[in-house]
Unconditional design. Structure first.
Length: 644
């Protein structure tokens, strides 16, 4: 069993070492470049295509650095209230990220540059406000310590870079009065100025471990800037590029190119590492005269030979930049870096082995949790106990605390993790075990519970009992009044005691007095339906019905159509002829000068005044001989005779 376990451990170590030393080109989610914008970190592949973004919860990102050994990115947020520097872990399987606070905020820090030492696992950063360079371990939340203090001399540290192999820290001093590029051992000893001439405002700096050179950006006077390089001791200084109209901040170096972020154009630019022109050398051979020097000249950029390339356009202001260099794979045989790479690799492998062992232990604990602890309980192997979640108890978390807890109600867990009962209407108590009517009504009273939860229960009392709980016996109270009335005749006795006193007086007339009321009818219940009320009610109903009838009749007359007027026209002679006996309306038509038209609208109302075409003499004869009805008949007859 021991040999099998030892073989598995060896296999695990070899597998982890192989994974560590394999170039990172396997999964499509892996990135080659990372750039900090103002509100996010943008990851891009080798062709500068964006494959992911992260750290969207931050507001003012600035510098960043990268730990290739554990795939961790460290970045700064200038506006975060609690933290100053954070770590970002890329999860390639889940395709997401997790940001955690690494360095707490102690004041108004203004981080200019970040660098990481993977051997001692320390972070280094420059504070442009306090004019100091700090360092702190990434684990343990230790208080940051000062490595370099430039405040007394008026310096302003900006960019920082760690030489992992030679155990040194490089930084740029961007104070325009005395700018410089300096270095110091990581233990704080042997501070050295390596560049302090022909320099204006150096910003970002990076150590190229593959070529053993330094590269930095110099923000020159006016609109110009330059990218310069030198060996790690400051010798062999070269101007790689000089151009204008850029505001570069930070830079990164690969095997063949330099990349920097530009705030003005919101872009990432690239240029080959081959210098444009060799300008000066800070170290000279001993045989050269000290008076001989090479003057620093401003070379013009050779755009045809080494053109600038705008490799990425960004949506926000570009700030920090890091690149995956394959440091641990390419420098395993370098005589300066081999021992450091081996130590870092051993540490990572040991951490992974412990992680795997811890994972296996976690799996066993998970099985024990599932088998031993019920209802999501957490198993503690050291004490062999289950830590139960809220709402459960027992040695295995098998008992639900709300089970049968409330007698007449619903159980829920409170904020303090205690069961709490919400009682049904009519019940109370901690467990809703008590009825609100229990012992409330006395002397046979009936308890009534309202549907309104805010209304208290009430008692319906039997005869001769009263009070909120039927606790008052009216017979006893009235007997007391009646006894006192016997001795004090002027005392007031409640009206309800009259009948009770009469009953008591029948049994004991010597000690009981019956109260007398002068206007007893006032206390009686008034009659509502009197004769006057009935008469007024009947008159009101009749008047209302008449009013409705009048309104209906008026509406009908208003909307009823008019009856048509019937008219009839007759043509007659003005004078009768002597030989008219043989004339008919068809054989003898009257002349136009002899005829007359009569229009009759209503035969029932027709009279003689409506027939002015007849001879007055004939009319007189007619009036003297016949009545009105006969006149009308004659008139109509004559009209029919004269009709043509």
């Amino acid at each position: 069993m021991i040999r099998i376990r030892f073989g598995m451990d060896v296999l695990l170590v070899l597998l982890l070492a192989t994974c560590l030393l394999t170039p990172a080109h396997g999964t499509p989610l892996e990135w080659d470049f990372a750039v900090t914008l103002r509100t996010k970190i943008q990851f891009m592949d080798s062709s500068w295509q964006t494959i992911a973004t992260a750290a969207h919860e931050f507001d003012e990102l600035s510098a960043l650095t990268f730990d290739e050994s554990e795939e961790l990115i460290y970045f700064n947020d200038l506006k975060h209230r609690n933290g100053s520097i954070f770590s970002l872990k890329r999860d390639l399987i889940a395709a997401n990220h997790v940001a955690e606070q690494t360095i707490a905020r102690t004041g108004n820090e203004s981080v200019g540059g970040l660098a990481y030492d993977p051997l001692n696992m320390n972070l280094f950063w420059s504070d442009t406000e306090q004019r100091k360079i700090f360092f702190a371990p990434i684990h343990g939340y230790a208080t940051p310590k000062v490595l370099v203090d430039l405040s007394a001399e008026g310096g302003r540290p900006d960019g920082v870079a760690v030489d992992v192999c030679r155990r040194k820290l490089y930084w740029t001093n961007s104070n325009v009065t005395h700018p410089s590029v300096e270095r110091i051992n990581l233990d704080g000893s042997n501070r050295t100025v390596i560049i302090n001439s022909d320099i204006d405002m150096p910003r970002g700096i990076v150590v190229d471990q593959l070529s053993d050179r330094l590269f930095w950006i110099d923000d020159l006077k006016g609109v110009f800037f330059s990218v310069e390089s030198c060996k790690l001791d400051g010798s062999d200084r070269q101007v790689v590029l000089k151009d204008k109209h850029h505001e570069p901040l930070n830079l990164a170096v690969t095997n063949d190119a330099i990349y920097w972020t530009d705030r003005t154009t919101r872009a990432v630019w690239s240029h080959p590492k081959v210098p444009v022109i060799k300008v000066t050398t800070t170290s000279k051979p001993e045989e050269e005269d000290s008076t001989d020097s090479t003057d620093f000249k401003d070379p013009e950029p050779v755009a045809e030979d080494c053109p600038l390339v705008r490799v990425a356009n960004l949506s926000e202001e570009a700030r920090g930049i890091v690149v995956r260099t394959g440091f641990y794979q390419r420098l395993q045989k370098d005589h300066h870096c081999a021992s450091i790479v081996r130590k870092v690799k051993d540490r990572v492998v040991e951490q992974n082995r412990k992680f795997e062992i811890r994972s296996m232990l976690d799996q066993k604990i998970k099985v024990l949790e599932d088998e031993r602890c019920m209802n999501g309980g957490e198993y503690r192997a050291a004490t062999d106990l289950c830590i139960c979640p809220t709402g459960f108890k027992g040695s295995r978390c098998e008992i639900r605390e709300c089970h049968n807890y409330c007698v007449h109600g619903t159980c829920q867990m409170s904020e303090l993790a205690y069961p709490k009962c919400y009682c049904q209407p009519g019940f109370t108590g901690e467990r809703c075990e008590l009825s609100v009517c229990s012992g409330l009504c006395l002397n046979g009273g009936h308890c009534r519970v309202s549907k309104d939860e805010n209304e208290a229960p009430s008692c319906e009392c039997p005869a001769k009992f009263g009070g909120a709980r039927c606790e008052q016996n009216s017979t006893e109270i009235c007997s007391l009044f009646c006894r006192l009335l016997k001795h004090e005749p002027e005392m007031y006795v409640p009206f309800g005691c009259h009948s009770i006193c009469e009953e008591l007086a029948q049994d004991n007339s010597t000690n009981i007095a019956v109260p007398q009321y002068e206007h007893l009818e006032v206390c009686l219940t008034p009659r509502v339906w009197t004769s006057s009320v009935i008469i007024i009610l009947v008159v009101g109903i009749v008047s209302s019905l008449l009013l409705v009838a009048v309104i209906v009749h008026g509406i009908r007359r208003l909307y009823k159509p008019k009856r048509p007027r019937i008219r009839k026209t007759f043509v007659v002679r003005k004078q009768a002829r002597s030989n008219s006996a043989g004339d008919t309306p068809l054989t003898n038509r009257p002349l136009a000068t002899e005829q007359c038209e009569i229009t009759i609208e209503n035969c029932c109302n027709m009279n003689i005044c409506e027939t002015p075409c007849f001879d007055p003499k004939l009319v007189e004869q007619t009036l003297s001989k016949s009545s009105c009805k006969e006149d009308k008949k004659i008139l109509i007859h004559n009209m029919e005779d004269d009709l043509y």
